[in-house]
Design a protein around this ligand. Sequence first.
Ligand code: GYE
Length: 349
Amino acid sequence: MKKILEKCKQMVFGHVGVCILLLCVLPLLLVSHGLFQEVEIEQESFDPEMEDLIVVGFSQLGSESGWRSAHTLSVQDALTKDTGYFLIFNNARQIQENQIKAIRSFISQRVDYIVFAPVIESGWETVLQEAKDAGIPVILIDRMVNVKDESLYTTWIGTDAWEEGKKAGRWLERYLREKNRQSEDINIVVLQGTMGSTAEIGRTEGFEAIAENHGNWHILESATAEFTATRGKEVMREMLRRYPNIDVLVSQNDDMTMGAVEAMQEAGISFGENGKVTVISFDAIRPALEMVNEGLINVDIECNPVQGAYIDEIIKRLEAGMSVEKSYVVEENIFTKDNVAKFLDDRTY
Ligand code: GYE
């Protein structure tokens, strides 16, 4: 270094000298201004074993909805360095192949636990067998997998989607009775979530189980809008075009409902408490509860995304050599204009 500087000095601002001087000084300047930060972070990355942390690989299925954001946050809030974890997070963007890749990478990194929210129920046997062979416990969260061998996962934390679908059906029965419309023909359209996901299967089948008891309920169409607001709007717009006489919209999450509401507004169709189309939604995230309060959504069937604390508790039990249940089902409510106001203040997501 000294020699180079000497040389630079000798050349005192000759062209070659300036170039060499720049070559010497520029990297130092860039480092001091943080432009090489990525390299610095890599050097600083710490070894979780040294810190005695439990390493968890979390494969989240996507970021398609407000509910999903709350769910991700709840896991990230529960598994922190302070609570004893080193969390590796992967977002699969609703693509099953991405989740399989993430799980394989967790296995090759030899994480202590895999936490996994499966986008759909089928197709997991091979990768779960790989995790089992590697001796890594798998904790399923939110949605379920459909596997013959239940020993492929340790436990599941989630909500009862089938019951949620039935709650929607039972609410509609009561509502129609109250309005004295129980014998009228009722035309229903259903916006479904990601096909083959637990939330879609459960909510579709649960609602249909109640609808079957009513010869006058006509499900005109059930179609997927993939749990997103954009697709909800597009699919509803098409449905409104095809069916001029919709009485009830069953939308399997709040994001699709918000999209569908926009489609109805644009088509000049009234909805909600004082409108033509009765709106049934699922999830109960804050913006939707505000719509319930305003009478724009008739009922919102809660699906509770605050599931992170369960993982912490389960892992701590497993670490202590204690047994855990095969499933944990999270409590849920139903919100209408009659009860929503008192829940609004506490709803953070
Ligand atoms: O209802 C929806 C999300 O699997 C329960 O997924 C979850 C569902 C939730 O995208 O908003």
